[in-house]
Design a protein. Structure first.
Length: 117
């Protein structure tokens, strides 16, 4: 499972999600969700989906700061949590902006692929 929490929806985020989408296409066991927080709206995700035809689920958190149990860092524009089977966190990434997250898309995709082995 890969959870991507984002405070911004843009082309950089699309690049990150596409990298994880590629892993998901070949690994049906991998579940991936992008959760919008801190002001991200459904319309932002609708536009992203229309432009990029992503397979990853896109949703907006009820609580603007994201689920409380995750205690997301408000300074991180993007937080990625990769889980192994059984709910164990395999890798955790936090980025100050979406550009930094996109630059690590390959590393995140590799962590996702490793988690489903």
């Amino acid at each position: 499972m890969v959870l991507i929490f984002t405070q911004k929806v843009d082309e950089n985020l699309a690049g990150l999600v596409k990298a994880v989408d590629e892993v998901q296409k070949n690994n049906e066991k991998l579940g991936t969700v992008v959760v919008g927080v801190s002001g991200v709206k459904e319309a932002d995700f609708e536009k992203l989906q229309n432009e990029h035809k992503l397979t990853t689920a896109l949703t907006v958190a009820k609580d603007e700061d994201g689920p409380k149990r995750y205690t997301l860092n408000k300074e991180a524009a993007v937080t990625v949590v990769v889980y192994k089977k059984g709910g164990v966190v395999a890798k955790n990434f936090a980025f100050k902006d979406t550009k930094s997250a996109a630059e690590k898309a390959k590393e995140i995709a590799e962590a996702a692929e490793e988690a489903v082995k």
